[in-house]
Design a protein around this ligand. Structure first.
Ligand SMILES: *Cc1c(COP(=O)(O)O)cnc(C)c1O
Length: 432
């Protein structure tokens, strides 16, 4: 066993290599993004060493004079960006925000309706995830594969029959807006609370380019702040609901499901919200246009992109049925070796046994858009993917095209200040 110092430096070396790997790759995972320099700076502050249980100005610990001001500012900025009546920036992740809402707004034995996993629903909305942990009766909306969306008539029937306490919307494969307006009458009839999980599309909603759930009937929105929303790995809850409901949600957050709310990432979130107020509309618009352009290009190269009936996507995501090219597992692994990073994904007709080798892949354009790529680069990415998995070219040939493309995009956009993405920031001084 080598000495601990060497082991520590080995970890650091792996981090440097990881950064370089992403610097030289085309990042297409639909749930990831990169932060602005100001947000990253917040992560290494002393905020990351403190506790601030409770709400601003009503804390259990001393030392929160500046933390309270950061949290007040973050709440105000979030209300402004999302035009929300309420905002809670404490959840430390999207799943944590979801668990808080379940804790605050439901009791064991209550009924919830949610999108099915096979239609892109997230594990936190599953029996074996947070919904199961809360002991709820779960009913899934029927899913229409042609529309790549939940079936409206079937969902109205389901809601009226089961009279759920909570109606959950939002998915991890999220191509088209949820039909909230169309279901509004059913919500009213049964008196349910409407919860929209915006983990994937929070940045698109921030930019006003996808749908506006708080105006379409949602009582609360939960979200991750690091997918299309280009902030730190954190979570948020937004509300347009009555004070009593909001109080229950906030008690769900603390003391319900967290103690420390990761004050450094909350500060990074506040900074990112300010940047989104400035740049969010343009960023969301370009992200969606890029996804549509990539869908068009891949389709024209003979790859079966889903959702064709509605122009492939209205979000940052496209999904393709890749069985003819060797299946999701082979395609995602071969592309990774070429420097194109995306994930394999279950498609609606796959059963769970196929989760290690599903029929599909999922692609997101939010990160390549963030570094300045546009529609002509989407065409280039489609060519690169096709070269690898349709023409079966050698890894080295594909890789050199990846490097050539990526080396032309060396700046994080839609944020304050300048930064070279994926560059490693050195703080450590080895001393004598
Ligand atoms: C990613 C995701 C989450 C979970 O977010 P984390 O921040 O990873 O905990 C929740 N819901 C949906 C729909 C997601 O896609």
């Amino acid at each position: 066993m080598s000495n601990p110092y060497d082991e520590a430096l080995k970890i650091r070396d792996l981090a440097v290599k990881h950064n370089k790997f992403f610097e030289e790759s085309i990042p297409l995972i639909a749930s990831e993004n990169i932060m602005s320099p100001l947000a990253m700076e917040m992560l290494v502050t002393d905020f990351g060493s403190r506790y601030a249980e409770g709400l601003p100005h009503h804390r259990y610990y001393q030392g929160n004079y500046y933390v309270d001001q950061v949290e007040d500012l973050t709440i105000d900025l979030a209300k402004r960006l999302f035009n929300a009546k309420q905002a809670d920036p404490r959840p430390v992740s999207g799943t944590n925000a979801n668990t808080a809402i379940l804790f605050g707004l439901s009791k064991p034995g209550d009924t919830i309706t949610a999108p099915p996993l096979s239609g892109g629903g997230h594990i936190s909305a599953a029996k074996f995830g947070a919904v199961g942990l809360r002991g709820l009766n779960l009913f899934n909306y029927p899913f229409d594969v042609d529309d790549m969306n939940i079936d409206i008539d079937g969902s109205i029937k389901l809601i009226k029959k089961e009279k759920p306490k909570l109606c959950l919307f939002g998915k991890s494969v999220f191509l088209f807006p949820e039909p909230l307006k169309e279901l509004n009458e059913a919500f009213k009839e049964v008196g349910t609370k409407v919860w929209y999980d915006a983990a994937h599309v929070l940045g698109l909603i921030a930019g006003g380019k996808f749908q506006d759930p708080l105006r379409e009937g949602a009582d609360v929105i939960s979200g991750s702040t690091h997918k299309t929303f280009p902030g730190p790995q954190h979570g948020i809850i937004l509300g347009n609901t009555d004070d009593d409901t909001w109080k229950k949600v906030q008690r769900g957050v603390f003391p319900g499901v967290l103690s420390n709310h990761h004050l450094n990432s909350m500060a990074a979130l506040g900074v990112t919200i300010a940047e989104e107020i400035e740049y969010g509309a343009e960023y969301a618009d370009k992200t969606i246009r890029n996804a549509q352009a990539l869908g068009e290009s891949l389709s024209s190269l003979g790859i079966k992109v889903l959702g064709e009936k509605h122009g492939f996507t209205k979000s940052h995501t496209i999904v393709a049925d890749i069985r003819a090219q060797g299946g999701g597992r082979h395609v995602s692994e071969y592309l990774e070796s070429c420097g194109v990073v995306l994930n394999k994904n279950l498609l609606p007709w796959d059963d769970n046994k196929k989760s290690q080798d599903p029929s599909g892949i999922r692609i997101g354009t939010q990160e390549v858009t963030r570094i300045g790529m546009g529609p002509s680069e989407m065409k280039e990415i489609a060519d690169i993917i096709s070269m690898a998995i349709v023409d079966n070219r050698e890894v080295d040939q594909v890789k050199s095209r990846v490097l050539d493309l990526k080396s032309r995009f060396t700046e994080t956009k839609y944020c304050f200040g300048k930064h070279k993405p994926y560059s490693y920031i050195e703080l450590f001084n080895p001393g004598e």
